[in-house]
Design a protein around this ligand. Sequence first.
Ligand SMILES: Nc1ncnc2c1ncn2[C@@H]1O[C@H](COP(=O)(O)OP(=O)(O)OP(=O)(O)O)[C@@H](O)[C@H]1O
Length: 467
Amino acid sequence: MASDSWAQAVDEQEAAAESVRLNLTLTLSTYREMNNSIKHYTNHNNSLSIRSVSDKAAQSLLNKLIRSNLVNTTNQVEVLQRDPSSPLYSVKSFEELRLKPQLLQGVYAMGFNRPSKIQETALPMMLAEPPQNLIAQSQSGTGKTAAFVLAMLSHVDPENKWPQCLCVSPTYELALQTGKVIEQMGKFYPEVQLVYAIRGNKLERGTRLQEQIVIGTPGTVLDWCQKLKFIEPKRIKVFVLDEADVMIATQGHQDQSIRIQRMLPKTCQMLLFSATFEDTVWNFAKRIVPDPNIIKLKREEETLDTIKQYYVICNSKEEKFQALCNIYGAITIAQAMIFCHTRKTAGWLAGELSREGHQVALLSGEMQVEQRAAVIERFRDGKEKVLVTTNVCARGIDVEQVSVVINFDLPVDKDGNPDNETYLHRIGRTGRFGKRGLAINMVDSRFSMNILNRIQEHFSKMNPDVS
Ligand SMILES: Nc1ncnc2c1ncn2[C@@H]1O[C@H](COP(=O)(O)OP(=O)(O)OP(=O)(O)O)[C@@H](O)[C@H]1O
């Protein structure tokens, strides 16, 4: 990832923060048992390392690997139709879609009883005749992949032995994940075949593909269409661009995707999906999808008013550790996440806690995506009660049942200023769906006290109603 992914991460934070209802009563009550005075003043500014950049594709993959269910949402779908006079058609059951029986069987075999919120509106649009173009945005886990997979499978003609649907994903691993969904959903439709246009899949020159669906990464797909001519782009009926937000964060993918799109016939149905809709994604989406219908599903609003926030004053990292041990019994009644600023601190803390005989999990940036997924899965299944991690590593990862968040280090940005959005994001996870949560901030210097005061000031300024 290029160095501008830092800026992208910040953009993303800001986008998320805008949608958050800042109903934050930052009552920083002191945690009395450990209310020591500050003896030392440590200027941490010099030691602040620039956070390593977060990798959107890895995060997206992690969430897919650990997710077992649809993310529930009560928010309404916003629809902008290309032809506003045509009635909006939405479905409450898969039967209403008049799917091929083999596909309906596949859907039910996957355990889907009824369409998800986004699928209710997106599926009728995608399956309409004549085909309609669509740009759809909804948070990860709301059923986008399943929706476009069903659309692709519905549109292919199994009698025709050439590629008819083309789906591009930002990475090899994400392409494989989507491919798995195609295979599962198409399980009872064996006449339809799938091929992966990903690095490593070397075909002989002169090959003409017979598979009806091609899924791959932009570079290889472009080569297969243009240079190697394995695919005849003019015969493509459906073009899907998945994870557009991740796509544009990857160097070169945007241009390659546009070049692929230009080779497709005007009649080809263009579908684009994204979890977020910042301006950059939106501009890209408009270039890829002409005359689109647009569907947006707002993110569930986060409110922090059910979260109690405390701070603990200590003098050093070691004292913070001691303070943590003192409250350990209380925090492990539920599940807790402990955030550190660096991997080094996270590693140290997890080691110290283990030495004390506590069973903790460590989620660290050096781990492979699969290793990280395994750690999160164990934590999600309650095998460990405490997860020690860094923000970069855990951003965007959903572990619903966490009800205690400890900021072992307060969130600061690369310039050493308070990172308010990250604060909100971290502690927001404890108060999901109205559950009560607890956040404990560990302060170990005047510097960090100042950070905490500024976080408090920031939120109270943004929400003048709060007394
Ligand atoms: N209608 C449905 N009923 C029940 N489960 C569903 C339904 N649609 C999708 N799912 C399941 O919900 C989970 C999330 O769906 P899906 O991967 O399609 O979401 P997504 O929006 O594409 O997420 P991402 O952006 O991370 O790819 C998957 O485990 C999927 O099998």
